[in-house]
Structures are given as C-alpha cells and as structure tokens.
Design a binder for this molecule. Structure first.
Ligand code: DQA
Length: 146
C-alpha cells in the first residue's frame, strides 16, 4: 500500500512558526515521525511539502496516475478557501483524509472555522499535533485493506 502525504503552505516552517500553537518540533521531525509510523504499519509513503495551491492539485493528479492507495493532506490555510482543492479531491477515486495539527475550529480567527475541503474527504483528524497524521495513516491502513 502506498500513501501520498501532502503538506501545504508554511508547514516547512514548523518549529519556527507560532511555536505556542504548533510546538517546537520541526518539519524534519514531522517527516521522521511519519516514516516511523508508516513503517510500523507496513505502509509505503511519499511525502511532499509545497507552498503552492496548484502543486497540491498536481500532486493529487500524480497520485491518481501512480495508482496510489490513499492521500493524507494538510492543506494548511488553503483548507479554508480552496475550492480547486475540493474539486481535485472529488475528481480522484482515491480516499483522501485531511489533517490539521491544531483544531482550526477552536482558534480565534473566524476564517479558520470553515473548512471547504473537509466535505470532500473521507474524514478529518485535527487538534492532535503529529498524531493527527498517525490517526490518518491508521485509518487508511484499515480502509484500504478491508
Ligand atoms: C493548520 C491549520 C490552518 O488553519 C493553518 O492555516 C495552518 C496549519 C494545522 O495543521 O493546524 O497553516 O492546517
């Protein structure tokens, strides 16, 4: 089973950006965490980070062409307004789970309270830090093999 993991804008700055919200662990730490948990679940993963909306969409099309079994996406701020990503998720016959490190609904800025891509996804894990990704990996491991 191969899962594509897509991380969106500003996640490359984990460990530097708003540490009171996102913590001190770096993007590199996130990649290490993902590789460790994927290996334990016997899942192959390919991880990308991009600051560009169109690249998130291109990566979803790439997963389709490569016949990958699932996608985990943290579209970051794009989650709150990108109908193009919503359409891309609807367009591909691959289960997509969205994740957030924080719980955007519990944050102060009202623009975070709306997630326009979540309705296109199988489910969303949010507010668990890195564990949001672990929960998504475990979910896909069960969903794809059942
Ligand atoms: C985030 C939450 C978003 O609201 C924010 O724009 C991000 C990160 C998260 O993982 O908690 O960049 O997706």
């Amino acid at each position: 089973m191969t899962i594509l993991i897509i991380n969106g804008p500003n996640l490359n700055l984990l460990g530097i950006r708003e540490v009171e919200l996102y913590g001190h662990s770096t993007y590199q730490d996130l990649e290490t965490f993902l590789k460790r948990h994927a290996e334990a679940l016997d899942i192959k993963i390919e991880i990308h980070q991009t600051n560009f909306e169109g690249i998130v969409i291109d990566l979803m099309h790439y997963a389709l062409h490569k016949s990958y079994d699932g996608i985990i996406v943290n579209a970051a701020a794009l989650s709150h307004y990108s109908y193009a990503i919503y359409d891309a998720i609807k367009a591909i016959p691959i289960p997509v789970i969205s994740v957030h490190l924080t719980d955007p609904e519990k944050r102060d800025e009202s623009f975070r309270h709306r997630d326009v891509i979540a309705p296109a996804c199988v489910t969303t894990y949010k507010g668990h830090g890195f564990d949001s990704y672990r929960l998504a990996l475990e979910h896909l491991a069960k969903e794809v093999t059942s």
